[in-house]
Design a protein around this ligand. Structure first.
Ligand SMILES: *Cc1c(COP(=O)(O)O)cnc(C)c1O
Length: 386
């Protein structure tokens, strides 16, 4: 690769790479642990079977029916013209940066947050500004973000795009809407609230859809990858002013959403209540992890998502290896002393908690670290510099 005429700004970069390792308990990428139920799988297959006959034709470029269905799912009186979709919300974020970022422009996020925000920014030629979290006022959440701390950084850097992530990955906590409104007021650029985990938020947590009316620079992104248990289908979407969606038509590739994807997503949305029935049981396991980790001397961050970030580890990398050697894969997000675990089924959570207790009692020694260290390798978040 080094001999190729690669773009200068891509030289020396590491690709995104959460390890994909085949172990019994995979809790490292915040997927939904539950398979798609049979009745939904049948509906998706029926919808796809119908489309297959027409694969000789390009799909509906404006994916009108899907936009309609997504608007109905979101509620808040949203219209289809206010909804946009892509192959995962990562593609939707890329569309936003292609349209509103780009060379000579900047994007600001508040670190630690979703590791793909800076990656997508840089790939679109948008300069990334690492904002900071942690006002020092919240004992339980060392990564909190107050309206004052966020708005001050926006005023200082005057970015073209601001990313807020709520509930925040990897820390888990949702932002107050006062943070969103303060950032919006302080900013002349686009404000993107990444709500990939909105469906998992604790009772009483507000979402930014309620703020869209009258704010044409505000965007709320969502995904079917987490609560809807459809990560493999690659469907993400956003809600915003109709003008934002129009602007994104300038940068998307023609026919970017295949007719199979559109059909599968629509069929899944018709069964939203069935698919989302796992959210409640996952939240119970999430809350159980938060409640039980202090017994192991660890410090979980309060979570509105389907994962928990926990601190208090002497050596996070060693604990990660110890868990892996016991068949449990979690995420080392590169924060010293912390690991992140996805809340899965009851059995997976049992397995994780047992393996963690064992690992803390019997940490992997130097002998173990050699072979296991190959696993995350240069693709781990820690090595990628985050
Ligand atoms: C998982 C995740 C996404 C989802 O990405 P998709 O491309 O929709 O699968 C987006 N944002 C955050 C913060 C995430 O954690």
């Amino acid at each position: 690769m080094t001999r190729l005429p690669l773009r200068d700004d891509l030289r020396g970069r590491t690709p995104y790479g959460a390890p994909q390792i085949d172990v019994p308990i995979r809790l490292n990428t915040n997927e939904n642990s539950y398979d798609v139920p049979d009745e939904v799988a049948d509906a998706v297959l029926d919808a796809i079977r119908e489309e297959v006959r027409h694969l000789n034709r390009y799909p509906d470029r404006e994916f009108g029916a899907l936009r309609e269905d997504l608007a109905v799912y979101l509620g808040h009186d949203l219209a289809a013209e206010q909804v946009w979709a892509g192959n995962g919300s990562n593609e939707v974020l890329q569309h936003l940066l292609q349209a509103f970022g780009g060379p000579g422009r900047t994007a600001l996020g508040f670190t630690p947050a979703y590791s793909m925000h800076p990656v997508i920014a840089r790939c679109t030629g948008t300069a990334w500004i690492d904002g900071r979290r942690g006002s020092g006022t919240d004992e339980r959440d060392p990564f909190d973000l107050t309206p004052e701390l966020a708005a001050a950084q926006v005023r200082e850097h005057d970015p073209d795009v601001v990313f807020l992530c709520s509930p925040n990955n990897p820390t888990g906590t949702a932002l107050g809407l006062d943070v969103v409104t303060a950032v919006y007021r302080a900013c002349r650029g686009m404000v993107v609230v990444d709500e990939a985990y909105a469906e998992f938020a604790r009772e009483g947590t507000a979402n930014a859809l309620t703020l869209l009316s009258g704010r044409e620079r505000l965007v709320v992104t969502r995904t079917m990858s987490k609560a809807f248990a459809l990560a493999g289908a690659r469907v993400g979407y956003l809600a915003a002013d109709p003008g934002v969606c129009d602007a994104l038509r300038l940068v998307r590739l023609p026919y970017h959403l295949s007719s199979l994807t559109q059909a599968a997503a629509r069929a899944a949305l018709w069964y939203a209540d069935v698919l989302l029935s796992t959210v409640q049981v996952i939240k119970i396991q999430r809350d159980r992890i938060v409640a039980e980790l202090p017994d192991l001397g660890l410090h979980p961050v309060p979570s509105d998502a389907n994962f928990v970030l926990f601190g208090g580890l002497d050596d996070a990398a060693a604990t990660w290896r110890g868990l892996l050697s016991r068949g449990v894969l979690v995420r080392d997000v590169g924060l010293p002393g912390y690991l992140r675990v996805t809340a899965g089924t009851l059995e997976e959570t049992d397995g994780f908690l047992d393996a963690l207790a064992d690992t803390l009692l019997d940490p992997p020694g130097a002998a173990l670290s050699e072979p296991a260290a190959e696993e995350p390798g240069p693709e781990s978040d820690a090595e990628a510099g985050r």
